[in-house]
Design a protein around this ligand. Sequence first.
Ligand SMILES: Cc1cc2nc3c(=O)[nH]c(=O)nc-3n(C[C@H](O)[C@H](O)[C@H](O)COP(=O)(O)O)c2cc1C
Length: 188
Amino acid sequence: MNETINTILRRRSVRCFRPDPAGQSELEAILDAGRYAPSAMNQQPWHFTVIRNPELLRKLEENCKTAFLESSVEALREIARQEGFCVFYHAPLMVIISGDPGAIAAQYDCTLAMENMMLAATSLGLGSCWTHAVMMFQATEKGKAIFRELGVVFPEGYQPYAAAVFGWPAEPYPETPLKKTDCITFLD
Ligand SMILES: Cc1cc2nc3c(=O)[nH]c(=O)nc-3n(C[C@H](O)[C@H](O)[C@H](O)COP(=O)(O)O)c2cc1C
């Protein structure tokens, strides 16, 4: 199998990170991979917000966790009450991709960019995990206010569509074969 396919099959969500952040060259390679994703009519309607300030990450984490604990959804409250629950898994880096909602397909474009980034991270030996939790929090009025208060702002009119954490895995990649096989129909 070639290296690209190997990387795609090897990628797993990593939920345990070393505290030391990825180097600048790795980060730039990951961001390039995001920027080179396809986008509808090549609009590239995205913006990449890189959060690596540990104090800012800690405050975001704390607020997301509180929102989970106060959520009206019992399943979310239950997750947040679990011993050691951590929304960002102590990752030293988070990237939020925001997009122009007026573009043809901003959400798809941003999602493709994030997958490119997660694959690039895997190829470099870094781990990543999509953290929709932070998007759910940001979608609430309280979340928006806290993002503003913490200075996590996006270009005028842009909406955050994808968030993921990145870092060196603190444990070997999970290897469990998780994927369904009965989800393909061939119409020959
Ligand atoms: C849209 C989306 C939202 C996700 N949100 C979260 C999340 O908030 N927290 C988390 O730990 N993992 C999240 N994940 C990761 C999934 O749980 C993970 O991809 C899935 O269990 C399959 O595992 P794998 O990534 O190791 O293949 C999300 C994944 C996607 C695609």
